[in-house]
Write a protein that binds this ligand. Structure first.
Ligand SMILES: *Cc1c(COP(=O)(O)O)cnc(C)c1O
Length: 425
């Protein structure tokens, strides 16, 4: 199947007489004829479902679809994007370990790393995505376990040079984890550029309708966990799970299986079957929507840029603009367009931003991004409110930054809305 066909068809394959549409299996539990049959499931010796915290047929079908869209060997869906980022790191890091992360990441991920996981004993070094390879090289330690970054960062819209970061991580024997939420697998498949693990907040474009929170971690199956001796949790027997050695028993799927049997078992941040059903509806049209998001956003970004000489707009950041510092990277990683999100600022800084936003009619002020309806947010007073000015600067979120999430409406209506809101500026 080609990519678009996978969006529509992969994951769920009904047999003769079964429902054509992915059913919502609203059951926590599954019946077996013998205790032995169920015991084999617990031992991971046969495939099947026994408790929805670990796996559910609706969720399983959507996991298979997302794994195939990203080109990975397996996927684990979670209750939110935050849970996905947490699991992606905790699956291979414990107290005493160290992670190198891009500083251009979602504010929630930054807090998770910088506060919560630090409090659990994992240390983090944050780096600019523009750091040179030589500088990056110097930051690895004995206990470094992974490198983390976002394909296109939310909301600063920096592009991660995936190939360069992957090469660096691999030369130190650690994997690269990439949050691919904004690009989606329609516009970029990080595994093709050497990333090892991909995460998503499926709450955004994948769902696309602002209906269901969700996250996913996808494993490329490409990373050799045994080579360095750094990952005993994968390469040595897990006493909490009948002494299974994940790399020996599950080969390329070791990381994914361990996440399910260990983290999902203990933390229980699973995706609900209802939300998985809604997400699947979104995935069926993802490739159509992304095309429109990108073409609309490019027109809006060019329009905003054209207003700079008049002084109403002070700057515009969108990777597909030729003026963007990351334009060459964007052309390499997203030849068909990056995403629908633009950041910019209007005259008058923070106050100007708030005034402009209040003047919008079609674009709604919401704590959300990347859905079908155009929406807008002022990160410094909302999502990034907890960060200090220094941390804001490190994340590339200046106080005047407006995050504009271009929807799939008629672009002329979006531009008219912007022009009307700019009148009093
Ligand atoms: C929203 C977002 C998250 C967190 O996802 P939730 O589903 O809101 O928990 C993580 N990463 C990125 C890039 C996001 O945009």
């Amino acid at each position: 199947m080609r990519f678009e066909t996978k969006c529509v068809q992969s994951g769920y394959e009904p047999k003769n007489g079964e429902p054509r549409v992915l059913p919502i299996v609203q059951s926590t539990t599954y019946k077996y004829d013998t205790a032995d049959a169920m015991g084999a499931l617990f031992d991971l010796k046969s495939d099947g479902f026994f408790y929805t915290r670990l796996a559910n047929p609706t969720v399983d079908a959507v996991e298979k679809k997302i794994a195939s869209l990203e080109g990975g060997v397996c996927a684990v869906m979670t209750s939110s994007g935050q849970a996905a980022s947490t699991f992606a790191v905790l699956n291979i890091c414990k107290a005493g370990d160290h992670v190198i992360s891009s500083s251009a990441i979602y504010g929630g991920t930054f807090n998770l790393f910088n506060k919560t996981l630090r409090d659990l004993g994992i240390s983090f070094t944050f780096v600019s995505p523009d750091i040179t390879s030589e500088e990056l090289d110097k930051l690895y330690r004995e206990n470094t376990k992974c490198v983390f970054g976002e394909t296109i960062s939310n909301p600063s819209l920096d592009v991660l040079d995936i190939e360069r970061f992957a090469r660096s991580a691999h030369s130190h024997g650690v994997p690269l984890i990439v949050d691919n939420t904004f690009a989606t697998p329609v516009n970029c498949r990080p595994f093709e550029f050497g990333a090892d693990i991909v995460t998503h907040s499926t709450t955004k474009y994948m769902d696309g309708h602002a209906c269901a929170l969700g996250g996913v971690v996808v494993d490329s199956g490409n990373f050799d966990w045994s080579a360095s001796g750094k990952y005993p949790m994968l390469t040595e027997p897990d006493e909490s799970y009948h002494g299974v050695t994940y790399t020996k028993t599950f080969g390329k799927a070791a990381y994914g299986v361990k996440m399910r049997t260990h983290l999902m078992r203990d933390f229980g941040s699973m995706q609900s079957p209802q939300n998985a059903f809604l997400l699947n509806l979104g995935l069926e049209t993802l490739f159509l929507r992304m095309e429109r998001h990108c073409s609309n956003a490019l027109k809006v970004a060019k329009h905003l840029e054209s207003l700079i000489p008049e002084g109403k707009i002070t700057w515009v950041k969108y990777p597909d603009l030729e003026s963007n510092k990351d334009h060459a990277l964007a052309k390499k990683y997203f030849p068909n367009g990056s995403c629908g999100v633009i950041s910019f600022s209007v005259a008058g800084g923070r106050e100007g931003a708030l005034k402009f936003m209040e003047g919008l009619r079609l674009a709604a002020i919401v704590t959300h991004v990347a859905d079908a309806r155009t929406c807008v947010l002022h990160p410094a007073s909302t999502t990034h409110r907890q960060l200090s000015d220094k941390e804001l600067e490190e994340c590339g979120v200046t106080p005047d930054l407006i995050r504009f999430s271009t929807g799939i409406e008629n672009v002329d209506d979006i531009i008219e809305d912007i022009d009307n809101a700019l009148k009093p500026i």
